[in-house]
Ligand binder design. Sequence first.
Ligand SMILES: [Zn+2]
Length: 344
Amino acid sequence: MKAARLYGAGDLRVEEVPDPRIEDDRDALVRVVRSCICGSDLWPYREMEPSASGRAIGHEAVGVVEAVGKAVEWIRPGQLVVMPFAFSDGSCELCRRGLQTACVNGGFFGNEQINGAQAEALRVPYADGTLFPLAVEPDPEILPDLLTLSDVMGTGHYACVVAGVAPGKTVAIVGDGAVGLCGVIAAKRLGAERILLLGHHPQRTALGLELGATDTVEERGEAAIERVRELTGGRMVDCVLECVGNAEAARTAVELARPGGAVGRVGVPHYSELPLAEETFYRNVVIGGGPAPTRAFIPELLPDVLARRIEPGRVFDLTVPLDGTADGYQAMDRRQAIKVLIEP
Ligand SMILES: [Zn+2]
């Protein structure tokens, strides 16, 4: 089969690799129907040291189950499934608490250790705990929306949960990428009164306004904080979603929170220390987050996707065939695309 592999910064190749096979009785084999490129895939795409052996990449997929191991009880061949970006056994104490990304037997797809979703097919460990079966046909119209339940929509929702988004709250979202835009959808869905989207890309912030943002803030750094101060009459915001992961975004996020407010961090951190430890202490700001347990949120979000009450698939603005995955990375790297859908 074909799969994308990364051999170093900017060196992404789609090539023939051995077909995945059942290696454990709890595995499933999934034929990928749609996958995509994540903002977090751009970090290794930009920074990876050259490697002769390369690595798998991609962690978001919707697919059809082709085969299951002997110990798989619930997932059946022929089912359309969402594959969350993390695999999880579904049975440990953390999984049962809904924190599948911290599963004691779990891990993340698409790296040196395990196959990635930017491929024709995948081996999925702990099929019963990992995959979410969908009782719907693979309608091409809704596949992009379903695919976002694998990561970005669930991640935007998780940021809202951590930040305590609720009816009447004022929310600021740092980052106008796919996760930030899904954060807008999630905040609106949870009843936020005011949604301020911070971002510098006009076509992205314009989409954010369509998806439910009430205000956009194009300024950076101190100027962005001043703009939010103006927009909120000096009050600042109850809930902040940090959807970027660099030091500037993290600092902006914690500065925006009003006393007693909360920051939900879902941007993979490329900084080593949390900013403003003392200031946030004296403002009683809650800072939380991490890899979103998107598996846990599918039951809540799926009905709204199926009823078209939310359309998170709108974050995809470029589609490439699997063979064109390298073009997709280039487009995202150059900010020519928000998020790239891959049709194997
Ligand atoms: Zn577990």
